[in-house]
Design a protein around this ligand. Structure first.
Ligand code: ZN
Length: 135
């Protein structure tokens, strides 16, 4: 598996636009793009070669709504860009590393993503993503 870069840091938020102000008003960054994936709305804030990914649920019982109800807003996951997410998953499975899905799942901006299970990573949810183009 080749890791190309730290693609983004995912932050669980209640409201993408509200939280984006922290980065665009307190800090000199800009909200570059938004995307929806199922019930999730994401906002990307580029920082050099990586990004901050703000993620909110658009439904009360969505995955981020549930996460925030339990743990509050804040850092949710870190994402590494890989060349081939399916191959990376196979490599991890061969090592016995638990993943949260058997197949790559659709992510923001046409990415294919997979998550290592946080029980195997000392509490950090690690995403692997393969982008059709740089993001
Ligand atoms: Zn992510």
């Amino acid at each position: 598996m080749k890791i190309k870069r730290l693609a983004h840091i995912g932050i669980a938020v209640k409201d993408v636009d509200e939280v984006a102000k922290v980065y665009t008003e307190y800090l000199p960054l800009g909200l570059d793009s938004r995307d929806t994936v199922g019930e999730l709305l994401t906002g990307f804030i580029p920082v050099g070669d990586t990004s901050i990914e703000l993620v909110m649920s658009t439904t009360e019982d969505g995955v981020m709504s549930k996460y925030i109800a339990k743990k509050g807003e804040g850092v949710h996951h870190i994402a590494f860009e890989v060349e081939d997410v399916a191959a990376a998953m196979a490599e991890l499975k061969a090592k016995g590393v638990p993943l949260t899905s058997d197949e790559p799942r659709p992510g923001a901006h046409g990415a294919k993503v997979a998550f290592l299970h946080p029980k195997a990573t000392h509490g950090v949810l690690i995403e692997l993503c393969e982008y059709p183009e740089k993001h």
